[in-house]
Design a protein around this ligand. Structure first.
Ligand code: PMP
Length: 443
C-alpha cells in the first residue's frame, strides 16, 4: 500500500478519497499473515509488526503523499483559553473542549497550584488505603450539587469511568441498550461487562421501545445508555421520553453528560437543568472533568446506594486505582465553584454557539442537527474535502479537526467545531466567512 503513494499526484480526487477511506477502514482490522508451517508469525510477538501499527504507518505515508500535514499529531504548545499556539503561530482554537474557558482562568490555575503546595503532586495511593485528601470530598459534594443528586464519586479518567462502572455493574445475564452514536468508552465498558449489547438508532426512543418489547423479559437488569449532548453532532436527545420508556420497562437509565455539563440548562448544570426534571429520574449520571471543569478525570453522580456500591466494590473506580491528583482535583473544584457562582458563563457560551450556527446557516452550510450546544459540525460528506478545508483554515489561523470515516460514515465526514466561552463575535464571524469562502473554492 505504501508503495502506491508515489503515484498519488496522478489520482483523481475521487480515487484519493476512496484510498483514504480504505486505509482508515483497515486501521483496526489487522489480519494476521498466513501462518507458515510450524512458524509463529512475527506479528504475533513483535509490536512493530502489529497490524494496527502497520496501518498507521501506511496512513501517514498517504497523508504525506497528499501533501498534507498529518492532522493528528501536531503539538499544541501552550493553549490559552480559546487560542492555541502551534510552531510559533497563533490559531483561533475550535479543536478543544475548554467550553467555559476555565482552563487558563487564574482562579482555576490558583486552585491547582494551592493543591500541589499543600498535598504534593500525587496522592500516592488508592483512596481506600491512604490516598484520599479533603479536596476529593469537596469536589464530589460540588458535583453532586450541580447534578442534583445525593452523592458522587470522582476518579482519574472519564474514559475509565464508563469502562469500570458499566463493566462492574452489569454481567452476562443483563442487557445493555445504547444509542448508536454513543462514545467509545461506553461501548468498551459494555464489551467488558460480558452483558448482551444492542444499539438502537440515534435518538430513536420508539426503536428502543420496540427492542425492549422483544427482549426485556429475557434478561435480568437492563441499562439504557444515552448522552446528554452528542459529541459529534451537538444535538440533545429527548430525555423525558427516554425516562418514560425506562420506567415502562423497568430498566435503568445512564446519561453521559460529558458535553452537557457547563453548557445546557439555565444554570449550565446539564440535562436535568435543561429539561427541568428531578435528577433522581436518571439512575446513573456520568461526567468528565476534562471539558467544562478544565481538569482531568471522570465521575458518577447518583443515589448514595449507587455511589457506595461503586466506591467499595468496583475495581478501577476507587479500588485498585489511585485517587485523582491534587492538581486535577484543585482545578476541577475551582471550576465547579465558578460554574455555580457564574451561571452567565453557560449563557454566553450558548450565545457564541448560536452566532456560529446562525452565520453558518446564512452561508448555506450543513450544520446537521446541532442546536443550543457547544458542538457544531460542518458536514461535508467527503474526507478529502475535510482534510483540504482543515488545511486551508489552518493557513488562515483557525484550528479545527476533521472527523472522517470510520469515526463517522463517509457521507457524514465533517469538520467539528467546539465553541468555547472566550471566543469573540469577530473571531466567529471571521471563521465562518473564511470557511464558506474556502469551501466554495474547493468545490
Ligand atoms: N464520554 C464522552 C461522551 C466523551 O466525549 C469522552 C471524551 N471526550 C469521554 C466520555 C471520556 O472522557 P475523558 O476524555 O475525559 O477521559
Amino acid at each position: 500500500m505504501s508503495n502506491q503513494a508515489v503515484n498519488m499526484a496522478d489520482m483523481t480526487e475521487e480515487k484519493k478519497r476512496l484510498l483514504l477511506k480504505q486505509l482508515l477502514a483497515r486501521k483496526d482490522q489487522g489480519q494476521a499473515a498466513a501462518q507458515e508451517a510450524g512458524e509463529i508469525p512475527e506479528e504475533y510477538y513483535r509490536v512493530d509488526k502489529f497490524p494496527g501499527y502497520r496501518m498507521l504507518m501506511e496512513q501517514m505515508e498517504t497523508f504525506k503523499a497528499l501533501a498534507m500535514d498529518n492532522p493528528y499529531f501536531s503539538a499544541h504548545e501552550g493553549v490559552s483559553d480559546h487560542v492555541t499556539h502551534i510552531d510559533g503561530k497563533d490559531y483561533i482554537n475550535y479543536s478543544g473542549y475548554n467550553y467555559l474557558g476555565l482552563s487558563g482562568h487564574p482562579e482555576v490555575s490558583a486552585g491547582a497550584k494551592a493543591a500541589v503546595d499543600r498535598y504534593g503532586t500525587s496522592v500516592s495511593a488508592s483512596r481506600i488505603v491512604s490516598g484520599e485528601i479533603p479536596l476529593h470530598r469537596e469536589l464530589e459534594a460540588a458535583l453532586a450539587h450541580i447534578h442534583g443528586t445525593e452523592d458522587c464519586v470522582a476518579l482519574v479518567s472519564g474514559y475509565a469511568t464508563n469502562v469500570s462502572v458499566i463493566g462492574h455493574l452489569f454481567g452476562p445475564n443483563d442487557l445493555l441498550l445504547h444509542d448508536s452514536l454513543i462514545h467509545n468508552s461506553v461501548v468498551t465498558g459494555c464489551q467488558l461487562s460480558g452483558a448482551r449489547r444492542l444499539a438502537f438508532p440515534h435518538n430513536d426512543y420508539d426503536a428502543l421501545e420496540k427492542l425492549l418489547v422483544e427482549n426485556r423479559k429475557q434478561h435480568q437488569r437492563v441499562l439504557i445508555i444515552i448522552e446528554g449532548v452528542y459529541s459529534m453532532d451537538g444535538d440533545i436527545p429527548d430525555l423525558p421520553r427516554f425516562i418514560e420508556v425506562k420506567k415502562r420497562h423497568k430498566c435503568l437509565l445512564m446519561v453521559d453528560e460529558a458535553h452537557a455539563t457547563g453548557v445546557i440548562g439555565p444554570r449550565g448544570f446539564g440535562s436535568h437543568d435543561h429539561f427541568g426534571i428531578d435528577a433522581g429520574e436518571v439512575d446513573i449520571w456520568m461526567g468528565t472533568l476534562s471539558k467544562s471543569f478544565a481538569s482531568c478525570g471522570g465521575y458518577i453522580c447518583g443515589s448514595k446506594a449507587l455511589i457506595d456500591n461503586l466506591k467499595y466494590n468496583a475495581p478501577g473506580t476507587v479500588l485498585f486505582s489511585v485517587g485523582i491528583s491534587p492538581a486535577n482535583t484543585g482545578a476541577a473544584l475551582a471550576s465547579a465553584r465558578i460554574m455555580m457562582r457564574e451561571p452567565e458563563r453557560a449563557k454566553r457560551l450558548r450565545a457564541k454557539a448560536a452566532l456560529f450556527l446562525e452565520c453558518a446557516k446564512a452561508h448555506g452550510l450543513d450544520t446537521g442537527p446541532s442546536s443550543g450546544t457547544a458542538v457544531v459540525p460542518i458536514i461535508l460528506g467527503n474526507s478529502m474535502h475535510c482534510l483540504r478545508l482543515g488545511q486551508k483554515l489552518a493557513q488562515a489561523g483557525i484550528s479545527v479537526h476533521p472527523i472522517m470515516y470510520p469515526a463517522v460514515p463517509e457521507a457524514a465526514s465533517r469538520l467539528r467545531f467546539f465553541i468555547t466561552h472566550n471566543l469573540t463575535d469577530e473571531e466567529i464571524v471571521y471563521t465562518v466567512n473564511t470557511l464558506a469562502k474556502e469551501l466554495s473554492a474547493l468545490k
